[in-house]
Each structure stands twice: as structure tokens, then as C-alpha cells.
Design a protein around this ligand. Structure first.
Ligand SMILES: [Zn+2]
Length: 271
């Protein structure tokens, strides 16, 4: 039997959305309004999931962590600032540091920029301020990195677009366009593509010689009106990934948790 040598183990998470009432938050915030009591319980469940994931990362001896953007909710300008625990971005960043410390400490950490309407204030990506606290490298909105000492090049971005009707169409299009750009000599050969952003998608596919990994989220509900458009499609998946890197091969472990359901959408609320 061939023994493949493990060269790296990298944890990937994204879309933690700290600051949203529906997402990961480090403390049990006392519910200030009656409507928030249910959400406080949901946040606590997601926090338990997150610490379980941190435990899995520890057990797997991960040497690195990549944070794939939308780490904070920001001021949620897209939905006019609704659904926030706090609109103060500094408090959201502090909260992220509190939860992410045990994940990042002692591990090489990289941060990818999230979507502008969550993480920017006047063109300034606020997630960049996490780098000094988490001893992390700022990787910008898209980056190619060879995961040394392996030969493999990872192309990593937060992720844009949903591909019209089918998420699988977007994955195939992304791979095809990259193959064309590689043939033109515009970009290096890419082995692994990593994206987040879609919340409702958890993918690990190999197609036309490339591996595509989609990382899900840490938010129980999409409180934006487009949620109503293809309601079933926008239901979130919660969890993270651990990627084991060999010389010219990877293994992907998905750690997916059951999404806590709001009474209003699980059917138990009566009219
Ligand atoms: Zn997101």
C-alpha cells in the first residue's frame, strides 16, 4: 500500500456574520426584547457548534486557518441596518476575535475580504483590522497560494454570484473560465478553488482536473428579502472544512451541523 505523506492540514471557515442576531456570537447576549429570546437560543447553539469545530481542528492538528470573509455582519446596509445585535463595527470585530482566538492561535492564519456591503465602510475593508489581533496575513479579495511544501496552488476568494438557477452551473463555469485563462497564460495552473458566500451550498467536487470546495456559513437564517426568491434554495448550511494536503492530492472533511430552525419557518408557529 502506498503511504501518502501529510504535508499540511488547513481549516476553512467563512460567513460567520458576527453582529447578526441570527449568527455566531461569543457571549449569550441577554435578550433585550421578547422577540429576541428565541434568537438568543439559536446563537448559543451556533456557538456550541463553533467550539465543537474548533475541537475538531485541534484533534486534526491543523497548522493553518483560512477565514473566507463575511466574518462580521457590518451595518447591513443592504437591509437598512435591520437584524443587528450592534451596529458598532468595532464591537463586531472584538466579538469575532473572542470566538476566533482558539481557532487561530498557534496556526498560520489568512483572511480573505468578504462582500462590500458587510465588511466595508466607505471602501475600507474592516476585516483587515483583525489581522494584527489574530496575527494573520491579509490576502485581499482573491488570491493564488501554493500550499508549500506541496505542489498544489489554491485559488481562494469569498465567492461571488449564484449562477442563475443552479449553483452547480456557477461551479462549472468558474472551472471552464479558469482553464481558458490558464491556456492563455493569464493565470497560473490552479489545482483547488475555494469559495464561501452562498450559505446554502456545501460542495466538494472534482471536475475537469480541478477540485472545487464551497464552504458553508455560521448563520441560521438569511434575513434578506431575496430569501423569498427560491425559498428552499436559500436555506443555510452550517459548518466548516478541514483540508488535508498531500504532495499533489487533497482530502476534504466536511463538518456540518444541523441548522437551528426559527419557529416562524419550522411550521410550529400557529396562526
Ligand atoms: Zn455570508
Amino acid at each position: 500500500m502506498i503511504q501518502l505523506k501529510i504535508l499540511r492540514r488547513i481549516a476553512f471557515i467563512g460567513c460567520t456574520h458576527l453582529g447578526s442576531r441570527f449568527a455566531l456570537w461569543p457571549r449569550t447576549v441577554p435578550a433585550t426584547v421578547e422577540a429576541d429570546i428565541e434568537l438568543a437560543g439559536i446563537r448559543h447553539t451556533i456557538l456550541d457548534y463553533f467550539y465543537d469545530f474548533v475541537e475538531k481542528v485541534r484533534a486534526a492538528h491543523c497548522d493553518s486557518v483560512i477565514l473566507l470573509g463575511d466574518l462580521i455582519e457590518g451595518q447591513n446596509s443592504k437591509e437598512y441596518g435591520t437584524g443587528l445585535i450592534t451596529s458598532k463595527v468595532s464591537e463586531q470585530l472584538d466579538a469575532f476575535i473572542e470566538v476566533a482566538k482558539p481557532l487561530c492561535e498557534g496556526r498560520k492564519t489568512g483572511i480573505i475580504e468578504g462582500t462590500s456591503y458587510h465588511v466595508q465602510l466607505s471602501g475600507d475593508p474592516m476585516e483587515k483590522h483583525l489581522c494584527s489581533q489574530l496575527n494573520a496575513e491579509w490576502l485581499g479579495f482573491i488570491v493564488n497560494k501554493q500550499m508549500e511544501p506541496s505542489k498544489l496552488v489554491f485559488n481562494m476568494a469569498h465567492g461571488y454570484g449564484g449562477g442563475g438557477t443552479n449553483v452547480s452551473t456557477a461551479i462549472e463555469n468558474e472551472i471552464k473560465e479558469m482553464l481558458i485563462a490558464e491556456a492563455q497564460g493569464s493565470i497560473p495552473h490552479i489545482d483547488v478553488i475555494v469559495r464561501g458566500h452562498l450559505h446554502s451550498s456545501d460542495a466538494d467536487v472534482t471536475m475537469r482536473g480541478k477540485r472545487f470546495i464551497r464552504v458553508p456559513c455560521w448563520k441560521a437564517f438569511g434575513d434578506w428579502k431575496r430569501m423569498g426568491h427560491y425559498y428552499g434554495r436559500h436555506q443555510p448550511i452550517i459548518g466548516g472544512k478541514v483540508v488535508t494536503v498531500y504532495d499533489d492530492y487533497i482530502d476534504v472533511a466536511s463538518h456540518i451541523y444541523p441548522t437551528p430552525k426559527l419557529k416562524a419557518i419550522d411550521g410550529s408557529d400557529k396562526f
